[in-house]
Design a protein around this ligand. Structure first.
Ligand code: NAD
Length: 495
């Protein structure tokens, strides 16, 4: 495959910079704008409108009006399907521009933005578009003198609040099922990644999403995000982000209108490697699973639990991958790792690494910011070995390329260690023994479990966590359930 000419893509990218409210690109009511700074080199790359609570209110009112008059909620599913598929086609056609903007704003390798994120975004829109006219309601068996209907009614106005690590994929995972059901949406992108969301929404309008059905309000989490969570006319909040903010959103719901809240939160996922595994594949994949996307991934394999007997072999292989995945300018051809999202996030990652060192955890590679030619926020693969499972680096989500390796002696100990954090998002089991694979994967308290692989799957599988990793599921037909209310109608027939 020939490499994309990103310099040429840059010359043709044009993204809106306003708020999208009721089908129009507008400035914030108070005229506020914010600079977008690229973590690749610290340069200011754009200025965008940012909204406050009054703008959230405008957007929610537009979404409510659109929902109630049925311009979208009242269409036949097959009509909404056509629009979502047209949107998917536009995403595919403009994938390079979307990928460029995403990398510019949050720093991941551009070739991965294109090959991984944009493929997921287009597929997600198409999949939910294709699905929505194939879902049916229910007619339960009743007394012959009655007819009972269980119908799925769109919930109404959805607030979607998304993070910066997979900005477009997370937006698509929310927008596609919410819009497919007929809901109207107000999207609040992360302040670090506002640009790609604006172009995505523009393509949605071009595809035929009616005015007011999709609104985008960039803004600060504590202002625009908080206003959306506390708004009394929002029916559902679907959120992906940190556990702390997820808790704030639940409180905002409890303090306002008891809107339904769906949370996809943090993680501290473990690769568990048994001696009977394909050790080379397990070790290399485990290392990749924490360094991929700069470790800025809710499912990052941030813990590696290895059987004591294979520890040295596994560590050598992990070090090999760490050496090969050093950060580079994310627009460089096949850069293995890009920039962290911001200088302040880099400081946070580094502070957790320094704390681990101070606590006595043994650093075997990395551990300080990397100097990469464009001069932005780069951090190398960092590995701690023989980490106590109670240590902070084995418990806290770093959201950077930082791995904690620990050893175990028995299957029971491995399960106990894997389950020993407050999170429960993902995990991987590496073994050739089918019984062990089943027993261990069953015992793991997680929402997603991989066996002899990592990050595999497709849209048919639900995605989400347990414990403090949240609840509710993105992807799959189950995602539609977040945006539907079940209505029971009992019709008494004449005797
Ligand atoms: P974050 O929680 O700081 O921000 C996420 C979003 O919430 C942003 O849009 C932000 O503006 C908004 N926000 C911030 N404060 C808010 C408030 N008081 N009220 C309402 N909204 C507010 O998280 P982040 O740093 O952007 O993303 C990293 C986190 O996301 C990590 O913990 C990661 O594990 C998690 N994540 C989870 C999943 C998953 O599916 N489980 C996927 C990706 C990321």
């Amino acid at each position: 495959m020939t490499a994309t000419d990103w310099a040429s893509v840059a010359t043709r990218v044009q993204a809106p910079s306003g708020l999208l409210i009721d089908g129009a690109w507008v400035e914030a009511l108070d005229g506020r704008r914010m600079d977008v700074v690229s973590p690749i080199d610290g340069a200011r790359v754009a200025s965008i409108a940012i909204g406050g609570s009054a703008d959230i209110d405008r957007a929610v009112r537009a979404a409510r009006t659109a929902f109630e008059d049925g311009r979208w909620s009242g269409l036949a599913p097959a009509q909404r399907k056509q629009v979502l598929i047209a949107w998917a086609d536009l995403i595919v056609a403009r994938a390079e521009e979307l990928a460029y903007l995403q990398t510019l704003e949050m720093g991941k390798p551009a070739h991965e933005s294109l090959a991984i994120d944009l493929r997921a975004v287009g597929t997600t829109m198409r999949w939910f578009g294709e699905a929505i006219d194939k879902v049916t309601d229910e007619i339960p068996h009743t007394d012959p003198n009655a007819l009972a209907l269980v119908t799925r009614e769109p919930a109404g106005v959805v607030g979607a609040i998304v993070p910066w690590n997979f900005p477009l994929t997370m937006a698509a995972w929310k927008l596609a099922p919410a819009l497919a059901t007929g809901c109207s949406v107000v999207l609040k992108p992360a302040e670090q990644s506002p640009l790609s969301a604006l172009l995505l929404a523009e393509l949605g309008m071009t595809a035929g999403i009616p005015a007011g059905v999709l609104n985008v309000v960039n803004g600060l989490g504590a202002e625009a995000g908080a206003a959306l969570s506390a708004h009394r006319d929002v029916d559902v909040i679907t959120f992906t982000g940190s556990t702390a903010v997820g808790a704030t959103i639940m409180q905002a719901s409890a303090g306002s209108n008891l809107k339904r809240v769906w949370l996809e939160l943090g993680g501290k996922s473990a690769n568990v490697v048994f001696p009977d595994a394909d050790i080379e594949r397990a070790a290399r994949t485990a290392a990749w699973s924490i360094f991929f996307n700069q470790g800025e991934m809710c499912t990052a394999g941030s813990r590696l639990l290895v059987h004591e007997s294979i520890h040295d072999e596994v560590v050598d292989l992990v070090m090999d991958v760490a050496a090969a995945m050093q950060p580079r300018n994310p627009f460089a051809d096949q850069a293995p790792m890009g920039a962290l999202v911001s200088a302040s996030h880099l400081d946070r990652v580094d502070a957790l690494v320094q704390r681990a060192k101070a606590e006595g955890s043994r650093l075997i590679t990395g551990g300080a910011a990397a100097q990469v030619e464009p001069g932005g926020s780069y951090y190398p693969p960092t590995v701690f070995d023989r980490v106590d499972t109670a240590a902070s680096i084995a418990q806290h989500e770093v959201f950077g390329p930082v791995l904690a390796i620990s050893t175990f002696g028995s299957d029971e100990e491995a399960v106990r260690m894997a389950n020993s954090t407050e999170y429960g998002l993902a995990s991987a089991v590496w073994t050739r023994d089918l019984t062990r694979a089943h027993r261990v994967s069953r015992a793991l308290k997680v929402g997603v479990c991989w066996v002899n692989c990592y990050e595999e799957g497709d849209l048919t599988l639900p995605f989400g966590g347990v414990k403090k990793s949240g609840f509710g599921r993105d992807k799959s037909l189950h995602a539609l359930e977040k945006f539907w209310d079940l209505k029971s109608t009992w019709i008494q027939l004449d005797e």
